[in-house]
Ligand binder design. Structure first.
Ligand SMILES: Cc1ncc(COP(=O)(O)O)c(C=O)c1O
Length: 267
């Protein structure tokens, strides 16, 4: 089975697909370039890592299975337009609340037989998901849910998504201001849409900034490293080295340095 995703794609997909060297599936690259008359799985990441855009499937075939990776489908990152309603949907606590280390995710799957196979795979692969992690994740999700249903849910202190939205909006404003001060870099722009969860109208506020080096600079990662800014090159995501992925979720002190260093860079 060919496994594809539209470039730029999450850099772990090729690694995860091929690390078992299974005869059942193999990484087949950029979904835009896939033109074989063969069965395929397309990973649809929406919003996307690394560039933050919302996405739909791109392969124009009828032999495909879609897996929707909704790791970033949370209202601090993207306007929630409609209830997610796909055949196989993947979620994780890591991008919703930042508890990546607890290693807990979940899937919502329409077909019971596929769900059973996924459960068996997880059982074999993990020998049972850590109970500590399960308890922690349940507690986190309960706290987030309680905050959202609190009578004062509009107050940032009680509503986790409100708090996180304001944080992301503030950081995106700051990084755009920093990038606008120089002609060396550019950032994607996103359409404004109304979020059915919060009622707010806003453009994407991704967990990563997909930064492009304009002009002569061909290897943006090395260029930025020389100026003490650590990023991840576009090459890991099936894209050009003129792009880098910059984390928008670093600690405040680090983020402040980023917004000071970017506009200060001269070639
Ligand atoms: C698009 C996407 N899917 C899945 C994951 C994996 O999430 P987790 O670390 O919670 O397993 C990540 C993590 O970076 C991601 O960016």
């Amino acid at each position: 089975m060919n496994v594809v995703s539209a470039a730029p794609f999450y850099s772990s997909y090729p690694l995860m697909t091929d690390y078992l060297k299974s005869g059942l599936h193999k990484w087949a690259g950029d979904a835009y370039k896939f033109n074989k008359e063969e069965p395929y799985i397309e990973l649809v990441t929406s919003p996307n890592n690394p560039d933050g855009f919302t996405r739909q499937d791109v392969v124009k075939g009828d032999k495909g299975i879609l897996i929707h990776d909704l790791a970033y489908y949370w209202p601090q990152y993207t306007p929630i337009l409609s209830p997610a309603d796909y055949d196989v949907m993947l979620f994780t606590v890591s991008k919703s609340t930042g508890h990546a280390g607890s290693r807990i995710g979940w899937a919502v799957v329409k077909d019971r037989e596929i769900a059973k196979k996924m459960t068996t795979f997880i059982e074999i692969n993990t020998i049972g998901v850590s109970k500590e992690s399960q308890i922690r994740a349940a507690k986190i999700l309960q706290a987030v849910s309680d905050g959202c249903s609190h009578p004062n849910r509009k107050e940032a202190e009680t509503n986790f998504f409100d708090y996180s939205y304001k944080l992301m909006a503030g950081r995106w404003k700051r990084i755009r201001e920093a990038v606008n001060k120089t002609a060396l870099f550019s950032l994607p722009s996103f359409p404004q849409e109304t979020c059915s969860f919060s009622g707010r109208t806003f453009g994407q506020l991704p967990a990563f900034a997909w930064l492009k080096c304009e002009g002569e600079i061909d290897d943006c990662e090395s260029f930025l490293r020389r100026h003490k800014v650590i990023t991840r090159s576009g090459k890991h995501f099936g894209a050009s080295m003129k792009y880098v992925r910059v984390s928008m979720l670093s600690r405040e002190s680090e983020f402040k340095l980023l917004t000071e260093r970017l506009p200060a860079i001269k070639t």
